[in-house]
Design a protein around this ligand. Structure first.
Ligand code: WT7
Length: 681
């Protein structure tokens, strides 16, 4: 069977999974779902009972919201009056109230086979309290922003939870971002403290993280931000991993001897500060709607948006989605391959799993190092029951065929999850058959940095699956499909995906720019949260997210905006104009194809191509680098001067199906564009 005829094939949930599932049938799902829509406050309030609140919410204040710009400011508030501490709930509560102190919170698996460690919930609590005291010692207070630029190591979890404990707001920047990007985010959040590590190996590639931080601080300084403290984990340098309690662990770590420059008075080694820190730290009781963290995501203008998530709603939503979407049970071992630097890592490596007292694998390396069997070696080593990953990784592994997979048993696998972009049926089938031995339900989870957690997803024991469809809404999510005029479409249809009511985990604002929050998500369709994705509903009511319909595109599951790339490219003095479009890519899903118009007198050459690619890497990061560049002495424009990207997308794909080009100022440029297409391998 090829991918084509499977597109409408329905796969029933595995019977064994179904029998022990939290939700055992579609009917059961529908009953719960209806309750979550009819009585949202009762539905979420009941789940909230399991969490520790220092103060209970004010009666009748459990939900207040406005989704319509005409009715005043957009806003969402859940459980006002309640106070809590998210760190307390994911650590102290698990240790003291649930009695799971000795349970492993994380198995840490290093880049190199054999370099590993583990930490229990009680041990993690001690580390977090100590680091919370370190942060206080360097002057961090409730409400302050702390930048975190770290590899996938346990100290990263410690740093973020320590922030949460003292009410500081963490702003994590993925370790693959450039110094420029890091600096921009530090300045936007006014972070005067940065937590990092000396460096990390990802596969055979060395990333000198502390060096990037130093460069970012210099750049940020020029924009008036004074960073007074850097705390760095010694992860690769001499003596890395060595603690008095765990000398054995250090013996496993290959010695890389990375030398790191430390600035006197500003920079401190993590282990030096921790050595004298007390392990007692009272949690700071936070209001329900106080910010928990900021995480930047691409916006349709050049500057990324600081998405703000708050305390109770986010905690409740990530905990609940984790439990139901993956059908988590206490004896499961869970592994999410996402980096904590993205929202998937925030919600489904740290907060969601820990709120459930789960045991997780935290993997530092890359899935193809030292060989393409690495994921299954790890799966067997820890008996992973739930695996959560992205289509791009599945497609990467597909290239190597079944052999590296079949070498390992994978018998522990029970549920498989996917996120990041629409999964093509071919990759879905490979995931289902080759990886899951046709035994494990696949949950296709559609969500966004902004939504905090899963919004459309199947449930492993309840939802019949259709490859490529994220299926049905999660509890509390009320999706609608709108036409261009903002009218709700009924039945089988295709249009813009929007949500009609608030759910606890949604973002509350753009940091420092509430108006941008309103404009981006609520202006086009008054009364709705606009996702920016296109979506089709089939005859069974299943939702098929078709991809972005704005100026964003998705490279390996990460959003980039065309404007962000273009503004980097045109910074070069040689470039007069640039237009970026998405181009299909076998592994990454999409990649960037960029048309450039050079200034008069500059010749298009290998040198300029390299220069442009390098510049985008430096300004944004390696993942944003265009795969293809095309020399375009002129670009197709409307008479009013707007670049016609729709035409450029067709040119990039060598398709003559240009649609209506009657509004084009100079149709003559089209032929020249086709003539100048680069060779595409
Ligand atoms: C965009 C959000 C949420 C974690 C990772 C990305 C696309 C995400 C799916 C899916 C189809 C998906 C959408 C969305 N997307 N998951 N299961 N099916 N599309 O977070 O960087 O905020 O990107 O990713 O286009 O809008 P993000």
């Amino acid at each position: 069977m090829d991918a084509g005829d499977s597109a409408e094939k329905v796969f029933a949930p595995n019977v064994e999974v179904q029998q022990s599932a939290h939700v055992k049938s579609l009917d059961e799902y529908k009953t719960l779902y209806q309750k979550s829509i009819d009585e949202p406050v009762a539905f979420w309030g009941e789940i909230l009972q399991d969490f520790h609140l220092e103060k209970q919410p004010r009666p009748n204040k459990s939900l207040e919201f406005n989704f319509n710009c005409d009715d005043g400011p957009i806003g969402v508030k859940w459980f006002q009056g309640a106070t809590t501490n998210v760190c307390y709930n994911v650590l102290d509560r698990i240790v003291k109230e649930k009695g799971k102190g000795d349970k492993i919170a994380f198995y840490w698996e290093g880049n190199d086979i054999g370099d590993d460690s583990k930490i229990t919930y009680s041990e993690l609590l001690v580390e977090v309290c100590k680091f919370a005291n370190v942060l206080k010692d360097v002057g961090v207070k409730r409400g302050d922003r702390v930048a975190i630029y770290m590899p996938m190591i346990i100290e990263l979890v410690v740093a973020m939870l320590a922030c949460a404990r003292i009410g500081a707001i963490h702003s994590i920047v993925f370790g693959g971002f450039s110094a420029d990007s890091l600096a921009g985010r530090m300045v936007d959040g006014q972070c005067s403290v940065v937590v990092t590590a000396d460096g990390v190996y990802r596969g055979s590639k060395l990333l000198k993280l502390k060096e990037v931080v130093d460069n970012a601080i210099t750049l940020a300084d020029k924009k008036g931000l004074k960073v007074h403290t850097v705390i760095a984990v010694r992860h690769l340098g001499p003596g890395a991993g060595q603690t008095p309690e765990a000398p054995a662990q250090s013996a496993k770590r290959p010695c890389y001897d990375l030398e790191t420059t430390m600035v006197e008075g500003r920079d401190h080694w993590w282990h030096d500060k921790m050595a004298t820190a007390s392990d007692q730290c009272e949690p700071e009781w936070m209001d329900a709607e106080d910010p928990l963290f900021i995480l930047y995501t691409s916006g349709s203008t050049g500057t990324p948006k600081g998405v703000v998530h708050t305390q109770i709603g986010y905690m409740l939503y990530t905990a609940t989605t984790f439990k139901y979407s993956f059908d988590f049970h206490d004896d499961h071992v869970y592994w999410c391959t996402a980096d904590i630097g993205w929202i998937t890592g925030h919600s489904y490596v740290v907060y969601g799993p820990m709120a459930n007292g789960a045991t997780s694998v935290l993997f530092e390396g890359v899935p193809t190092y030292p060989d393409p069997g690495r994921c299954w070696q790890i799966t067997d080593k820890y008996n992973v029951s739930i695996l959560y990953t992205a289509p791009t990784l599945i497609r990467t592994l597909m290239k190597f065929g079944d052999e590296p997979i079949k070498k390992y048993s994978r018998q522990s696998l029970r549920v498989l999850g996917t996120v990041g972009e629409p999964i093509n049926p071919e990759a879905w089938l490979f995931y289902y058959k080759s990886i899951g031995d046709s035994r494990c339900p696949i949950v296709d989870t559609f969500w966004q940095t902004e939504t905090g957690g899963h919004t459309i997803t199947s449930l492993p024991g309840a939802t019949p699956m259709k490859p490529g469809s994220a299926t049905l809404p999660f509890f509390g999510i009320d999706p609608v499909i709108l036409n261009d005029d903002g009218k709700i479409l009924k039945g089988e249809c295709e249009g813009s995906l929007a949500f009609r009511r608030p759910w606890p985990g949604m973002m509350r604002t753009v940091y420092g720019d509430h108006e941008r929050f309103e404009r981006t998500y609520f202006k086009t369709f008054p009364g709705f949260y606009r996702t920016g994705d296109g979506c089709r509903r089939d005859k069974d009511g299943y939702l098929w997210v078709t991809g972005r319909i704005d100026d964003m595109f998705n490279v390996s599951g990460h959003l980039l905006s065309t404007a962000e790339i273009e503004s980097a490219v045109v910074e070069l003095p040689e470039v007069a104009e640039a237009a970026a479009v998405a181009y299909p890519h076998k592994v990454k899903g999409q990649c960037c194809y960029c048309f450039v118009t050079l200034v008069q007198g500059v010749t298009y050459s290998e040198e300029i191509i390299t220069k442009i690619k390098q510049h985008v890497r430096q300004r944004i990061g390696a993942h944003a680098q265009p795969d293809y560049l095309q020399n375009s002495p002129s670009l197709p424009k409307t008479r009013s001067g707007k670049i016609m990207r729709r035409v450029l997308r067709k040119v990039a794909q060598n398709s003559r199906d240009l649609g209506d080009i009657s509004t084009m100022a100079d149709p003559g440029v089209v032929e020249e564009l086709f003539k100048n297409r680069p060779k595409i391998s």
